[in-house]
Design a protein around this ligand. Sequence first.
Ligand SMILES: Cc1cc2nc3c(=O)[nH]c(=O)nc-3n(C[C@H](O)[C@H](O)[C@H](O)COP(=O)(O)O)c2cc1C
Length: 188
Amino acid sequence: MHDEVIKIAVLAGTTRERRESIKAAHYVADFGRRLDGVEIRFVDPKDYYFPGDGNDPEGKDPRYTEVTEWADAFFIVTPEYNHSFPGTLKRMLDSELATYNHKPVALAGASNGGWGGVRAVESLVPAVRETGLVVMSWDVYFPRVQDIFEENGQMKPEHVERYEHNLGGLYKELISFARVLRQLRTTN
Ligand SMILES: Cc1cc2nc3c(=O)[nH]c(=O)nc-3n(C[C@H](O)[C@H](O)[C@H](O)COP(=O)(O)O)c2cc1C
């Protein structure tokens, strides 16, 4: 019935050299790769370059433009920096506009404390909403992210059941929205 592949761009939120949240971002991407009918592309902001602020042609990275055109949906994994999300992520998001419109986005937060980046996610909601992305009504959190994964990025066994459950539910929702919104974009 649903024979068209859903294409999801998973965005990591920071370029920090010692970033822990990158493990959570890779986990989210790898989880998506195991789902039927889903194609995942991983966006590491370290691999992109945005010369200046804004979304004028000279402020874009064409490779990021291409990813956002390609994607039916987005999954952003952000760490919390000073009760918000990193400037790198804002810069990257700001560089496009039309290619986000009427596409769903799921959010995940990560922090080294017990809140799991909830304030980063809360501050991200109005920003992504303004771009035309449609935000899912729940999120996934990685509190004490440094304790959830092994050094090599593997999730520790005691956490797997919880994240499989939470992430499975959120991906299901994201994919459902992606199908419906793709219909909307093609009929509009
Ligand atoms: C500039 C900066 C600001 C931070 N501010 C917060 C904060 O407001 N709240 C919080 O829970 N953690 C904060 N942290 C710690 C992060 O939660 C921690 O680094 C965690 O590992 C996720 O970020 P990472 O991917 O950069 O490692 C901050 C880290 C940095 C580098």
